[in-house]
Ligand binder design. Structure first.
Ligand code: UDP
Ligand code: MG
Length: 346
């Protein structure tokens, strides 16, 4: 057994044969209203890619336990110009799990991830594919061109998050990068090799390495409905990302401890100085209370941080599947026959 994984056979010296094709993975949670227009745009895209690069495409719609018409709409989408797979999860597992399910079911070489709400324009995909096929990049990721329309507080939180997560790490996770990205066959194979259950997709896709390139884009407005990522979900994702990618929060504990010890030492010196030089030795009640409260607070925060890591270890040890597939159908562009076996993901 080797301790690394060789995925080089999936490329031809960096030039990946376009014959490998492209799988477009679209996670969808309650996107019933927007799926048809999106599918029409993807069909056009597939026709263009076929014409320009000879690329064969498929789309994998992952219904992440939607409660609306997403599944029935997806089942009825026609396989024009590209194959259509519909993978329906047994419940809502979250976007990260839906992306994994799509990656596991993708049957073509390269994999492209895009949201099902129309915010990621299919028209940009041609440019991403160009970077892969013409320029030989393995990971083509998109990033918001600017954050002008976001509040100062949000921008500050994003900054803090990325500086913490990238602190001392070898492979920096690019700031503002989104989940809209293209992976070459070998990069997709590498991503499939990562065994962890707690997934932070953006981080993993950057961690695998290879030649990566950034493409700036302006996200479109959501085709319908509202975002499912509210403040508390974003906070959850940030904690997930931080604890799976860095031990920076634990390091903060050590640093804070050192800092406190240093301040306490200085304070001790000053008391000694006062007692010896001016002969004053007034019992300092306020300083005592403040000191105790600070220490207590810092200790509680740090126990919480450790708890996050221990919780993560627990869920990795339990090794539960990341998702269950309740229904899976494949329509090929030529035959357009559907099969619906009941499959369960390994
Ligand atoms: N999504 C999902 N499962 C979830 C939540 C979201 O598959 O539990 C999908 C959703 O359908 C969309 C994408 O993830 O295609 C991004 O979600 P959303 O638009 O709510 O987030 P935002 O664009 O604000 O980051
Ligand atoms: Mg969105």
């Amino acid at each position: 057994m080797t301790s690394g994984v060789d995925v080089s056979n999936l490329s031809d010296g960096g030039r990946i044969p376009a014959s490998a094709g492209l799988s477009i993975v679209v996670p969808a949670f309650n996107e019933g209203a927007g799926l048809e227009p999106l599918h029409a745009r993807l069909c056009n895209l597939a026709a263009t890619l076929k014409q320009r690069y000879g690329l064969t495409c498929e789309v994998v719609y992952v219904d992440d336990g939607s409660t609306d018409t997403t599944l029935s709409v997806a089942r009825n989408l026609a396989a024009n110009a590209l194959d259509v797979q519909v993978v329906s999860l047994s419940r809502n597992f979250g976007k990260e799990a839906a992306l994994m399910a799509g990656l596991d079911h993708a049957r073509r070489g390269a994999v492209l991830f895009m949201d099902g709400d129309g915010q990621h324009a299919p028209e940009l995909v041609e440019k991403l594919v160009g970077h892969w096929i013409d320029d030989g990049y393995d990971v083509v990721y998109t990033a918001k061109a600017h954050r002008d329309n976001e509040s100062f507080l949000r921008r500050l939180s994003v900054r803090t998050f990325y500086s913490l997560i990238n602190w001392g790490s070898r492979q920096k996770i690019p700031e503002d990068a989104g989940d809209f990205r293209l992976l070459s066959p070998r990069a997709a194979a590498a991503l499939r090799q990562l065994p962890e259950r707690n997934r932070f997709f953006k981080g993993l896709a950057s961690w695998i390495g290879f030649r990566q390139i950034r493409v700036d884009y302006e996200p479109e407005a959501r085709a319908h409905g509202v975002t499912t990522f509210n403040i508390s979900r974003l906070l959850g994702l940030s904690i997930e990302g931080l604890t799976s990618f860095s031990v920076a929060p634990l390091r903060v504990a050590s640093l804070l401890g050192l800092l406190l010890a240093f301040v306490a030492f200085l304070f001790g010196l000053s008391i000694l100085w006062e007692t010896v030089v001016s002969g004053k030795s007034v019992p300092g009640y306020p300083s005592l209370v403040v000191g105790l409260m600070t220490l207590g607070g810092v200790q509680l925060i740090m126990i919480g941080v450790m708890g996050e890591y221990i919780g993560k270890i627990l869920s990795e040890i339990k090794a539960r599947p990341i998702y269950f597939v309740a229904e899976h159908s494949v329509k090929t562009a030529e035959t357009a026959v559907a099969k619906t076996p009941q499959t369960v993901a390994e």
